[in-house]
Design a protein around this ligand. Structure first.
Ligand SMILES: C[S@@+](CC[C@H](N)C(=O)[O-])C[C@H]1O[C@@H](n2cnc3c(N)ncnc32)[C@H](O)[C@@H]1O
Length: 270
């Protein structure tokens, strides 16, 4: 398409922003910068110095395909097959949901544990929470599990790539074991009455990672029924579910409350 006409990075950035703005993407500049940076295998910090450099036609062709995908609202992370979570750059693809920055609160609940404590991440997806805990507290014994064999495939790949000693297993709910803390970002969206807004990007993420069954809390209730009494559990949920989740735990307390939204609850299983 761009055959012999040199295209500068700045011009390509403007084109990308226009395409993504027209498609209704909420952060067109940031998306455009991330796609161009990934196409150039550069970090975003390096990009501005290259503004007047021209792009190889193969890079422009690659970006054209990527822009089409982003304009159809595929998450940038799936397109570039990478996501950042806390200090880690993780591999990601459609087999697992893209981790959200705010889920770092579940990592923080583990950081205060005594040396050598055992932490398990239920519904680990691409392994982000478990791997971040191990990265920030190498002394902890960290494991993770997920009902989805596809997701566990991604988590295992990430453990190998990042040289982090975290064992992952396929399991529904909590696998048998001895744990000092269980963290869980299980699906909590109510399919009939969404508790968090549905966005077009959600259609690209696995349904098993998003939908929590009746009132959005069925998966969490089933999980808690399978956890032995007295285990410390940290859960992510929608702000509107905080009261219902409090009723499922002993001595519940909200953690990581931002802008008045209680999205994480720590408590013991009854
Ligand atoms: C919202 S995603 C969270 C993924 C990851 N923890 C993160 O924060 O990015 C929920 C995950 O729970 C898994 N899941 C759903 N039902 C489950 C169950 N009954 N037992 C274990 N995992 C389950 C899904 O496959 C999905 O990977």
């Amino acid at each position: 398409m761009s055959e012999n006409i040199p295209v500068t990075i700045d011009a390509e950035l403007r084109r990308a922003i226009d395409v993504l703005t027209a498609a209704g993407c909420p952060a067109p500049r940031s998306d455009a910068e991330r796609l161009i940076a990934a196409a150039l295998l550069l970090t975003r910090d390096e990009r501005p110095e290259c503004g007047r450099n021209t792009l190889a036609p193969t890079v422009v062709d690659l970006l054209t395909g990527w822009l089409d995908r982003r304009a159809a609202r595929e998450p940038v992370e799936y397109i570039v097959q990478q996501c950042q979570f806390r200090r880690l750059f993780l591999y990601i693809d459609h087999r697992a949901i893209v981790p959200r920055e705010e889920s770092g609160t579940l990592v923080e609940t583990a950081l205060t544990l005594p040396e050598g404590a055992r932490v398990h991440d239920v519904g680990t997806g691409c392994g982000a929470i478990a791997l971040a805990i191990k990265n920030e507290r190498p002394d902890l014994v960290v494991t993770g599990s997920d009902i989805s064999p596809d997701a566990i495939g991604v988590a295992r790949e990430n453990a190998v790539r990042l040289h982090l000693d975290v064992r992952f297993a396929v399991a529904s709910g909590l696998p048998l074991g001895t744990y000092d803390l269980v963290v869980a970002n299980l699906p909590y969206q109510d399919p009939h009455n969404p508790v968090v807004p549905n966005v077009p990007e959600g259609d690209y993420q696995p349904a098993v990672a998003r939908l929590g069954g009746r009132d959005g809390l069925e998966v969490i209730r089933d999980f808690l029924r399978g956890v032995p009494r007295g285990i410390m559990v940290a859960l992510k949920h929608a702000p509107s579910q905080a009261e219902a989740v409090n009723a499922l735990l002993q001595c519940p307390r909200a953690v990581g409350v931002t802008s008045g939204h209680a999205r994480f609850t720590l408590g013991q299983t009854p």
